[in-house]
Write a protein that binds this ligand. Structure first.
Ligand code: ADP
Ligand code: MG
Length: 283
């Protein structure tokens, strides 16, 4: 991670007005390539404090890359990402790559939950949640323990504090991963397909926790294939296709009368015969 923080970003601040009052995340003109192939193209997205934004799109459309750019696990070639009024990854004074310490500080403001949980197998549930509080935030053991117990209670895992991850179901592991993210008190939570690795019967317990968080006012960006869930919790639904943000709408509009033919097709909504003709001709 240290090395990647040093990747040069030649792009000067393209947006002198990061709109700090309204946006907790502001993405402007973001483009990212892998091996010369553009996987994100000129993405613009504003997320307000307390908003829940779902990102949909078929596999390979750039959803994970977009989330990873937000916390600078990937460095874009162009564009900027603001967390509040601070640009991530780039030093505001010198326009050079941010120092690792500064980047680490910014990353603490952003919690991330992965499909694969990423719990430490040799630590108990409680120790997994305490780990970063002690080693990154330098909290005392007692304070970390209290926070871990509070967050594990919130996700319904108080009965498993001393269990090891391999004793848990996938749904339980993911709830612990969510508690671990919450314990860092982030301003933004990013979820990358949090239920995609779970057996179907375990999906709901994780979605229920996420719904509770959305009601509590957490700002959440969620990559998901759970359409009904996205419809229920989102303030905005975003659709990516081949790295392009082709639609952004409130859920009622997105799921019933989306603007783009591609989204209508993705949702298997009835296509006007003329629309389907246009779509097949242009792809
Ligand atoms: P999604 O999450 O929507 O499935 P990704 O963001 O993972 O899509 O990937 C977008 C595109 O970028 C895909 O074509 C994928 O193969 C490519 N890609 C993602 N990560 C890398 C990487 N580290 N190196 C090279 N190509 C990558
Ligand atoms: Mg992905």
């Amino acid at each position: 991670m240290k090395d990647s923080a040093q990747t040069p970003n030649p792009d000067p601040d393209p947006d002198p007005d990061p709109d700090p009052q309204n946006s907790i995340i502001k993405i402007t003109n973001l483009s990212k390539q892998f091996d010369g192939i553009e996987v994100l193209r000129d993405i613009n997205l504003n997320i307000k404090k307390g908003e829940v934004v779902s990102i949909l799109g078929s596999s390979g459309s750039g959803k994970s890359t977009l989330l990873r750019c937000i916390n600078w696990l990937e460095q874009p070639e162009r564009g900027a990402i603001y967390i509040g009024d601070k640009r991530i990854g780039v030093d505001a004074d010198t326009n050079k790559p941010a120092k690792y310490k500064e980047l680490a500080k910014m990353r603490q403001r952003i919690g991330m939950v992965f499909q694969s949980f990423n719990l430490w197998p040799h630590l108990t549930v409680k120790q997994n949640v305490m780990e970063a509080l002690i080693h990154v935030k330098h909290w005392s053991k007692a304070a970390a323990e209290e926070m871990a117990e509070t967050q594990l209670k919130k996700v319904g895992m108080s009965h498993k504090l001393d269990s090891y991850p391999n004793m848990l179901s996938g749904g339980q592991k993911q709830r612990v991963a969510i508690a671990r993210a919450l314990a860092m008190e982030p301003e933004v939570l990013l979820f990358d397909e949090p239920t995609s690795a779970l057996d179907p019967e375990l999906v709901d317990e994780v979605l229920t926790v996420m719904k509770t968080l959305s009601k509590e006012g957490y700002t959440m960006v969620i990559v998901t294939h759970e359409m009904e869930f996205a419809r229920q919790v989102s303030d905005q639904v975003v659709f990516l296709e081949k790295g392009i943000l082709i639609e952004k709408n409130p859920p009622e509009k997105f799921f019933t009368s989306p603007d783009s033919i591609r989204v209508r097709q993705f949702l298997k909504l009835d296509l006007d015969p003329a629309d389907s003709r246009i779509y097949t001709q242009t792809t």
